[in-house]
Design a protein. Structure first.
Ligand SMILES: Cc1ncc(COP(=O)(O)O)c(C=O)c1O
Length: 272
């Protein structure tokens, strides 16, 4: 994975949440630090505020745009470096593909821009790359190219790639020593981990290209929904970049449960 991502080292961890938490804690060694990230980031929305709960670190959110990016000018406006009243900004996080925005692929030039701003102020950039391989397959760019401007990334093998457990943190060697200690204290140290590593290796060698099928299927699903012309069930085909198709339901017309029941009838009757 180090070779695949163009980084020095790779460290196996049990989950994406742990990969992100170790990365945040590893970069922000002092309580009272602040992390800049999008307000639709998985780290902010769905990881129990782990950085605050366990590290005394505060997330500082930037509005996420529908394409999964945020305005880079917001970074400089929100940076807090040295003021006795303020926390210190010690990390920037981005997410690729962006889950809540519908599996959107972040443009590499935007990532580079965020990376060079971060570098210019001496702050690292971490990518929550839970679905990085989806971005690789759909964009045709290598993981190393996509991650060029990032210091670290957490990448999952359990999403779309078929392994039951497992994520990898990639980054510089000196960071990985901190990451190993953090993995241990979080209870993520593993002994007989070869079986999991084998599943991840298999996924890397055999399952990545297959993600293209998932992307095709997500588009087909979106197309089929959109072709019904329903005003109550809406799915924008152009918004499907990878393996996520977000369906908007009119709350007065159909509940998510009813919609799922109707979907299970596809091939029999399907009337929206
Ligand atoms: C973007 C993103 N990051 C992190 C995670 C967390 O991964 P895990 O469920 O392995 O902890 C997810 C899970 O869906 C995710 O979508």
């Amino acid at each position: 994975m180090a070779k695949y991502t163009g980084k020095d080292c790779a460290l196996f961890v049990p989950s994406g949440t742990m990969g992100n938490l170790i990365s945040v804690l590893g970069h922000c060694e002092h309580r009272g630090s602040e992390v800049l990230l999008g307000d639709q980031a998985h780290i902010f929305l769905y990881e129990q505020a782990g950085m605050a709960q366990l590290g005394g670190i505060q997330p500082h959110i930037i509005p996420t745009r529908p394409d999964g990016t945020f305005d880079v000018n917001e970074i400089t406006l929100r940076l807090r470096i040295e003021d006795v009243h303020c926390p210190r900004t010690t990390l920037i996080c981005i997410e690729n593909t962006q889950n809540v925005c519908g599996g959107k692929i972040l443009p590499s030039l935007w990532i580079d821009q965020v990376g060079s701003i971060a570098k210019s102020v001496g702050i690292p950039l971490h990518m929550d790359g839970a679905r990085l391989m989806n971005a690789v397959v759909a964009s045709g760019e290598s993981a190393a190219r996509i991650l060029q401007g990032c210091d670290t990334a957490s990448i999952c093998f359990s999403k779309g790639l078929g392994t039951p457990v497992g994520s990898i943190i990639v980054g510089p060697e000196e960071f990985m020593y901190r990451a190993i200690r953090l993995r241990k204290v979080l209870g993520g140290g593993m002994r007989q981990a070869g079986m999991l590593a084998a599943a991840a290796l298999y996924a890397l060698e055999n399952m990545v290209d297959r993600l293209a099928d998932d992307h095709k299927h997500a588009k087909l699903l979106a197309q089929a929904i959109s072709e019904t012309g329903s005003k109550n069930v809406i799915c924008q085909v152009a918004d499907v970049h990878t393996n996520i198709a977000i369906v908007h339901l009119h709350p007065d017309a159909i509940t998510p449960e009813q919609f799922c029941n109707r979907l299970s009838m596809v091939g029999k009757v399907c009337l929206f």
